[in-house]
Design a protein around this ligand. Structure first.
Ligand code: ATP
Length: 506
């Protein structure tokens, strides 16, 4: 664990040093859980958005985009349930004065028991080798069974307490489990209180006619309230989807783990409208499709897992998370939810406007059901960053830090480097740069020894370095260096663009 913490710290400082992520308002000592993306971070973020948009909108004839406003009519948040139910139970430790999400304290406790079970299984695998029957072991081993029962008992108390808003019971669970504050080690807790996560502000110039409005806590509602506009103007037929990328705001109680939990963040959401009764089929379809998307970026399968929800939100009849193994453990990266007709039904009721779809196949109108895929852009960024970061020992004994960002997402695709700053090499390199930059994000660099320039580009994840040397002036060839293998090949200048385009497709 200590190693992973170390690794996480290294990733955070690397992200700052190389212009990926800065603390917001840093010169004023920062603003908690708000971050800015630097020159390389903003490129990576933009590339992730494009990759998502292409796969969701461009490659699906029946999915279209939307860019709805952050400010919306306040009644929308009443209808969606956010005004009344977008709460987290919070609790303070009296000694450390630290604030926690009460349910997360219990969930973390559960995760510890899970880890115990996993350790038990690992030990048994070692002991029994090939003949090991995991299913039977988990079903019969007394220590595993005791721990499983513990988990069940806790869940059977926590989930109903959360559903019924029973804050006293949540406090009691924390007391009964003797959960201590991770900072002070003390068990002196305040009462559990509900905390609404929406930020609000005033709209209107005069205070008398000011109206309280909210900063959207999710982009989904902008899609729901526009569903009929898009359906009619785009003559969309069910099933069809609307995708949107945009900012969302949540006044998170505990904001930690860098860009994993932010107060201002970005979501990439797609709401897929289907015929009632077909939602589970589509829910399964999107679960698979979204997992494939993650794997298409070349991150190993073992880094991802599904977490099917046992406790469903008020709007869902099936829900799962795709979790990623961050340096601090498996955590939610994306949610896939079958939201039924809850949202459209509620907006129909609160607005008094019909949000029905006329189905020409059966000559009937109905409110469609919705399957949602909702992924955090910043969490995807963090997943890619933490998987990409690696330290390598080279044959000559030196070390390099390399960001193995999938080439298609890399902030800079090609570095153009004259071997030396003389003999017309810079001029030739600039000529090459001027052609290449039309199609690819390029960077020209002539300062420092070539080896140091290669290292700098390894550290930001540039997949290809083109070096212009004296031979270039003679025979119009350059070397192309691959970030991961460090192998160099000599190729003709006229072939560079095609070769890079081809490799970026992989
Ligand atoms: P969590 O349980 O971690 O708070 P959630 O279940 O509330 O997340 P959703 O409401 O399902 O999250 O939001 C969809 C996605 O938006 C999440 O999977 C996550 O990637 C992203 N997301 C949610 N909250 C934040 C946040 N505070 N900072 C960054 N990304 C977030």
């Amino acid at each position: 664990m200590a190693n992973n913490e170390d690794l996480f710290k290294k990733i955070i400082s690397h992200a700052k040093e190389y212009g990926f992520v800065f603390q917001s308002s840093e010169i004023y000592d920062g603003l908690s859980a708000v971050y800015d993306y630097g020159q390389n971070g903003s490129e990576l973020k933009k590339n992730i958005k494009e990759y998502w948009w292409k796969s969701m909108v461009q490659y699906h004839e029946n999915i279209v985009g939307l860019d709805s406003a952050i400010f919306m009519h306040p009644t929308i948040w009443k209808a969606s349930g956010h005004v009344d139910a977008f709460n987290d139970p919070m609790i303070d430790n009296k000694d450390s004065k630290k604030r926690y999400r009460a349910d997360v304290l219990v969930e973390d406790y559960l995760a510890k028991i899970e880890t115990k079970i996993e350790k038990e299984v690992k030990k048994a695998v070692k002991r029994f080798g090939e003949s090991f029957d995991q299913e039977q072991f988990v079903a019969t081993n007394p220590r595993v069974l005791v721990n499983k029962e513990k988990i069940e008992n806790i869940k059977n108390r926590l989930y109903p307490a959360m559903d019924n808003n029973d804050l006293a019971e949540i406090k009691k669970i924390i007391e009964d489990l003797e959960i201590a504050c991770p900072v002070s080690g003390s068990r002196s807790w305040t009462k559990v209180r509900q905390f609404n996560l929406m930020f609000s502000t005033q709209m209107g110039s005069l205070s008398e006619d000011a109206n309280e409005i909210f900063l959207r806590p999710e982009t989904a509602q902008g899609i729901f309230v526009n569903y009929l506009n898009v359906q009619k103007s785009g003559r969309m037929k069910l099933p069809f989807g609307i995708a949107q990328i945009g900012k969302a705001f949540r006044n998170e109680i505990v904001a930690r783990q860098f860009i994993f939990r932010m107060r201002e963040f970005e979501q990439m959401e797609m709401q897929f409208f289907v015929k009632p009764g077909e939602e589970i089929k589509w829910y399964e379809y999107w679960k698979e499709a979204r997992m494939k998307w993650h794997l298409s970026l070349g991150i190993p399968k073992s880094k991802f897992r599904f977490h099917n929800h046992e406790k469903l939100a008020h709007y869902a009849n099936a829900a799962a998370d795709i979790e990623f193994e961050f340096p601090f453990g498996f955590k939610e990266l994306e949610g896939i939810h079958s939201r039924t007709d809850f949202d459209l039904g509620a907006h129909q009721k609160f607005s008094g406007k019909k949000l029905q779809y006329f189905d020409p196949e059966i000559n009937e109108s109905y409110v469609p059901y919705v399957v949602e895929t909702s992924i955090g852009l910043d969490r995807t960024f963090l997943a890619i960053l933490s998987h990409a970061y690696s330290e390598e020992k080279l044959e000559d004994g030196s070390e390099r830090v390399i960001m193995k960002i999938p080439p298609v997402l890399a902030p800079v695709k090609v570095a153009i480097l004259p071997l030396m700053k003389k003999d017309e090499l810079p001029k030739k390199a600039r000529e090459i740069m001027d052609v290449l930059k039309v199609d690819h994000m390029c960077q020209y660099e002539e300062k420092d020894a070539i080896g140091r320039r290669y290292r700098r580009h390894d550290a930001i994840g540039t997949p290809y370095c083109i070096t212009v040397d004296h031979q270039t002036l003679e025979d119009q060839t350059v070397t192309i260096r691959d970030r991961d293998t460090m192998k160099q090949e000599r190729i003709a200048i006229e072939k560079i663009s095609g070769i890079i385009a081809e490799r970026l497709k992989k």
